[in-house]
Each structure stands twice: as C-alpha cells, then as structure tokens.
Design a protein around this ligand. Sequence first.
Ligand code: MD3
Ligand code: FE
Length: 203
Amino acid sequence: LLQPEAVQPEVWLLPQFTSAAALWADLCAVAAVAPFRHMMTRMGHPVAAAMTNCGALGWTSSARGYAYRTVDPETGRPWPPIPAAWLALAREAAALAGYADYVPDACLVNRYAVGVGMGRHNDDSEQDFSQPIVSVLLGLPTRFAWWGDRPEGRGRDLPVQDGDVLVWGRSARLGFHAVRPVPPGRHPVCGEFRFNLTFRKAG
Ligand code: MD3
Ligand code: FE
C-alpha cells in the first residue's frame, strides 16, 4: 500500500494487487450480458473508450447527459451483478486504505484501445462523496494524470500497469484526473487493450 508522491494525500496505490488473468472470465461474462459500446456525449460525439457496467447502477452518457441507470439502455435489461470476486477485491482494497465496510453499487468497465485515453474530468455524478472510488487496472500499461482540486497545467503523471489498484476518497474524492493515451503493445490476456474497473457508491 503506497501513497505515490505524484498525487495528493488520500490516494492509495496497491501495486500488483490482482491481475487481468484472475478477473478475465468474469469480465467476459459481464460483457456477454452487457456488451461494450461507445456512448455518446452531450455534444454528440462518441466517447473514445468503450464502456459497460455491472452492479445495481450503471453509468451512462447520452445526448441528454450523464446518468446512473438501473437498466442498460442498449439491451433494456438490468446490468449484470458485480461478480462476487470483484466485490471482494474492491472491499479488500478499500479496507486497506481505511474504508471499513465499503459497499459499491456500481462498477463501470472501461476499455481502451491503443492510442485512446480519457480527458480531464472529476467524478461528481455520485450521491455520496464520503465513499471512495476503487479503480482496478488491467491489461496494457498507461499513465494516469492527476491535478487535484485545481485543474491547471499539464498535471502530474502516475505510471500504472496490470493488476494495480487505486483507491481515492475524502479530500481527493473530487480531484481532477485523466488517462494518457495507451502506448502500443500487446498484453498476454487483454491483447491490444487496457481495461479499467471503477467501483463507486453511486446511489
Ligand atoms: C486517482 N476512469 O471512469 S480512474 C472514469 O482508467 C475514470 O478508466 C479511469 O476516470 C480509467 O471516470 C480510472 C481515474 C484516475 C486517474 C488518475 C488518478 C484516478 C486517479 C490519479 C491519482 C488518483
Ligand atoms: Fe474519472
């Protein structure tokens, strides 16, 4: 359990806490029920990362804006449940970072092809900012960028790789962050992709 120097207090990195190999079967099962798709932004552009969800609530974006939904708008069915092993992993990581009895109700699964990243933003669509976000990094390595409360300048980079887990909350919960474009490569399990599982208490 580390607090990387590049980022602010209340950001915890658990290097090599899991692996894509350990979570891959569950990832395929989730994607079989709720396929990856490129959601639309309010501005009418497709989001570069492909996304799906599991859990009671799923994060969605459309021309009408962002929303957590109980039903997958693509299939008309509820999102699949969070796999038991994923929930245990997220709860264990949160506990190590000082959050007892973390109960996420949403898991956003992002899939990035080589060259794809995510622009600067903060995660503010949730109801309860007292609960942390747990992020599980799978597949190709990349760099996260972190600004904290003030989104100015280029931000500071944090290299991340398969199996790393990041927990952030409290004073860091509304911090601005981004994902740098994924460098070319091939991961033995994920191929030419990186995946990110983001656990939240959304409702
Ligand atoms: C915390 N997802 O879905 S967490 C998101 O790679 C999102 O898909 C990221 O941002 C992804 O809203 C993973 C974002 C993140 C990035 C850098 C950080 C959190 C950070 C740096 C320090 C602390
Ligand atoms: Fe985010």
